[in-house]
Design a protein around this ligand. Structure first.
Ligand code: ADP
Ligand code: MG
Length: 317
């Protein structure tokens, strides 16, 4: 017998509350939260639609994990500490195996951050997942896109282009059987620790969801500045380096999305601080260029101006 909506919510989406600020979680008309004095609430929402944001063949577990990961990446990019999330789930039918997988993937990541799922909505229809996540950040310490300053150094965490290569491999148009690379598409690790650590050092920050060139340009536009970055300095994994070389696409990693690394700008006087901090991270942190007053992004390849080709994904264009 099919599970009722309420049994479903109870079985797969109701867990013990972990956060002190969660007064009331799943089960009432609203959840209730308290906010400590001196803190601001950072709120983000994202929707993943089947066949647009994910393939039909992706596992439920991957989907549960990734749909929360993209929201935590937004919180990381603001320097916010994850606290709670709500989940609006639309599914074509009650498939308990799928629900179990989705719930396992979701809570695998949620538990890493002691994040509470505090409510949501469950409806029947074409599969789609909307997650709203909330985090906290001390007053006026959030990392805004609009705060980059001329002269700032530009950093990127981890490697870029891995998820892009994994996507090509998934579509059968590139060869890659490196598990770590393939996993970067399905199980991105939101850089929450980096976002928190750079809060008092970085000026501006963005997470790389659409591609480095596009996302860095959001910072430049919002801050009314420009920048120069050097292709040779981009942090690339060996498989991506190889792919770029083999396909003569030196700028591949600039325009591929889904990496969920952070790109941030730092006053040059704080270079040492970033160097020291990033030693504690399990991924690298690389300076790729500098903010200037040019008003746009310039990419250099061996000292020559490099034309960016390949567009980041946009829904309504
Ligand atoms: P309402 O009719 O007041 O909107 P619902 O019947 O939709 O309430 O949901 C009952 C309770 O279960 C609410 O507290 C709601 O937040 C929660 N809920 C519904 N769907 C989910 C879900 N997928 N994940 C977590 N909580 C959910
Ligand atoms: Mg409802």
């Amino acid at each position: 017998m099919a599970l009722s909506e309420f049994n479903l919510i109870d079985r797969y989406f109701t867990r013990q509350i972990k956060q002190n600020n969660t007064v009331l979680g799943v089960g009432d008309d609203c959840a209730l939260l308290t906010l400590e004095a001196g803190m601001q609430l950072a709120v983000t929402i994202d929707t993943l639609v089947e066949n647009i944001h994910f393939f039909t063949d992706v596992t439920a577990e991957t989907l549960g994990y990734k749909s929360l990961a993209v929201s935590l990446s937004d919180l990381a990019a603001m320097g916010a500490e994850p606290r709670n999330a709500t989940l609006a789930l639309t599914i074509p039918d009650v498939d308990e195996e799928w629900l179990q997988g989705f719930s396992d993937g979701f809570f695998e990541l949620a538990d890493q951050y002691h994040l509470d799922l505090i409510g949501g909505d469950t409806t029947r229809g074409p599969r789609s997942i909307t997650i709203q996540a909330q985090g906290v950040v001390p007053h006026n310490q959030a990392l805004l896109r609009s705060a980059a300053q001329i002269g700032d150094l530009i950093y990127v965490t981890g490697f870029i282009g891995d998820a892009g290569l994994a996507l090509k491999a998934h579509l059968g148009v590139a060869q890659c059987n490196n598990f770590n690379i393939l996993n970067r598409l399905h199980k991105p690790e939101p850089r929450v620790d980096a976002g928190l650590a750079i809060r008092n050092i970085a000026n501006a920050c963005v997470d790389i969801s659409d591609g480095l060139a596009a996302d860095l340009s959001h910072i430049l536009h919002a801050s009314q500045v420009g920048a120069v970055i050097d292709l040779a300095k981009l942090p690339l994994s060996e498989p991506v380096r190889h792919y770029q070389h083999q396909t003569s696409q030196p700028g591949f990693a600039l325009t591929t999305g889904d990496d969920y690394e952070l790109c941030f700008t730092v006053p040059s006087s704080r270079e040492q601080d970033i160097e020291l901090l990033s030693r504690d991270w399990s991924y690298q942190c690389t300076c790729i260029g500098r903010v200037d007053d040019s008003g746009s992004l310039t990419v250099l390849n061996n000292g020559q101006h490099f034309e960016i080709t390949g567009n980041s994904y946009q829904h309504f264009s």
